[in-house]
Structure formats: structure tokens, C-alpha cells
Write a protein that binds this ligand. Structure first.
Ligand SMILES: Nc1ncnc2c1ncn2[C@@H]1O[C@H](COP(=O)(O)OP(=O)(O)OP(=O)(O)O)[C@@H](O)[C@H]1O
Ligand SMILES: [Mg+2]
Length: 216
């Protein structure tokens, strides 16, 4: 069997209070995992820990082959630029630029080309020349997903990527993410409140009572 893309062992973290302790998580290539749980339970925090942005108080994260938080800053920067795709809960698009310019920035940085088929599938091709400020919340969300995919990441972390979307559009976004995972061997970690979305993943984890448990 191929090696996991991501392996977290014994992760604990607190801000003012303990969010979770002794948390384990594994993601293999071509697999998708959903993380569900109450608001404030620490799902986004866990995603930040898995995705290079937050060193946990305790535990080890192995991303690809590296002990993530033992890496030098430059190595972490390179991971972020070339290998890791992150769809944040609040999508950070450049407001004054068009949708296309936003995507071009990401693909230029990662030296990859934009896949036109993805824009079509996400139904945002017509919106490409519009400024971000002129787009609806759901359109912006889809632009930020296209931007992440245009980097051709080996792993995608998505925090509520379908939060602003109607059922049909949410399902279309999920199709695009899962197709990407299947066709490239990348992994997907999805935080969601939407049961229909979590059920489409290979594994569902629940963050509850400060523990992450596998529920599917
Ligand atoms: N940088 C931070 N500094 C201090 N406290 C934080 C920080 N980030 C998150 N928290 C706190 O940690 C708790 C968990 O936050 P987190 O964003 O991980 O929850 P969540 O499960 O993603 O919730 P939601 O479903 O509402 O997005 C919250 O009480 C939050 O206020
Ligand atoms: Mg969150």
C-alpha cells in the first residue's frame, strides 16, 4: 500500500481552553476525509494544524514524508506554494482584481496552468472577467476553489467550501473536488456542516468532547 499523504499522531491543542487531545488522523492518496462537529469544537484549528499554519501544543504531523513542524520556514513556504491547496473558511481573494487575475496569481506562483475544464465545471467561466467585488458570495467561493485547484496540489484542505451554496451548486463543487482527488491521486480533507457532503467522503471523523473519532 502507498504511504499516507498525511499522518497526525497525538495532537493536542488549546487556546484559552483545551480544544482536543491525543488526536490521530491518517489520509491516504486518492482518499477523502470529512471532519464534522459542533461550531467552536476546533475543526478549523485542526485543519490549520494539518495544513502548515499552526504548530500544535503536542503531537506530530507528518505531511508527505516530512515531520511538518520540524521543517525550516523556506520548506514550509515551498509546501504551501506547490503542494498544499487550502480553501479557507473565509476566502481570501484579492478584491480589486478580476476572478481570472486571482486564479492567475496562484497558478503563476505554482508554475502550473489553469485547467479550463474546471472553470466550466464550476460554472464560473462567464464570471472570469468580473471584479471579485461584483461577484456573489457563492461565485467567490467557487473562484477560490478554482484558484486552489489550479495549483495542482497533492493535498487539499477545504474549510466549509460549500457553506454559501445552494444544494445543487454545493454538489457540483463536491463533484469537482472528488473528481480531482480521483484523477490525480491527491487527498482531500473537508470540514463541513453539511451531512450530504460529508457522506460523499471515504471517511467521516467527528470532533466531539475534545476527541476526534472515526464514524464511517
Ligand atoms: N487564533 C486563536 N486564538 C484564540 N482562540 C482561538 C483562535 N482560533 C480559534 N480559537 C478558539 O478556538 C475555538 C475553536 O475554534 P475553531 O475555529 O477551530 O472552531 P470550528 O469548529 O471551526 O467552528 P465553526 O464550525 O464555527 O467554524 C473557538 O472557541 C475559537 O474562539
Ligand atoms: Mg471553522
Amino acid at each position: 500500500m502507498s504511504k499516507p499523504l498525511l499522518e497526525a499522531r497525538g495532537i493536542s491543542h488549546s487556546f484559552d481552553t483545551l480544544l482536543f487531545s491525543d488526536t490521530n488522523f491518517t489520509l491516504n492518496p486518492s482518499k477523502s476525509a470529512a471532519i464534522v462537529g459542533r461550531s467552536g469544537s476546533g475543526k478549523s484549528t485542526l485543519l490549520h494544524i494539518f495544513s502548515t499554519f499552526l504548530k500544535p501544543n503536542e503531537g506530530q504531523v507528518t505531511l508527505f514524508d516530512d515531520d511538518l513542524y520540524a521543517l525550516k520556514d523556506e520548506a514550509i513556504e515551498a509546501l504551501r506554494r506547490f503542494e498544499v491547496g487550502i480553501v479557507f473558511q473565509s476566502h481570501y481573494l484579492f478584491k480589486g482584481m478580476t476572478a481570472m487575475q486571482n486564479i492567475e496569481v496562484a497558478s503563476m506562483l505554482s508554475e502550473e496552468n489553469i485547467d479550463d475544464a474546471i472553470l466550466e465545471k464550476l460554472e464560473i467561466k462567464e464570471a472570469m472577467s468580473q471584479k471579485i467585488g461584483e461577484l456573489s458570495g457563492g461565485q467567490q467561493q467557487r473562484v477560490s476553489i478554482a484558484r486552489v485547484l489550479s495549483k495542482k496540489p497533492r493535498i487539499i484542505f477545504a474549510d466549509e467550501p460549500t457553506g454559501n451554496l445552494d444544494k445543487e451548486t454545493a454538489s457540483l463543487v463536491m463533484d469537482v473536488l472528488l473528481d480531482y482527488v480521483e484523477s490525480t491521486g491527491a487527498g482531500l480533507v473537508l470540514v463541513t456542516h453539511d451531512e450530504a457532503m460529508s457522506k460523499r467522503c471515504d471517511t467521516v471523523y467527528v470532533l466531539e468532547d475534545k476527541v476526534l473519532k472515526e464514524s464511517k
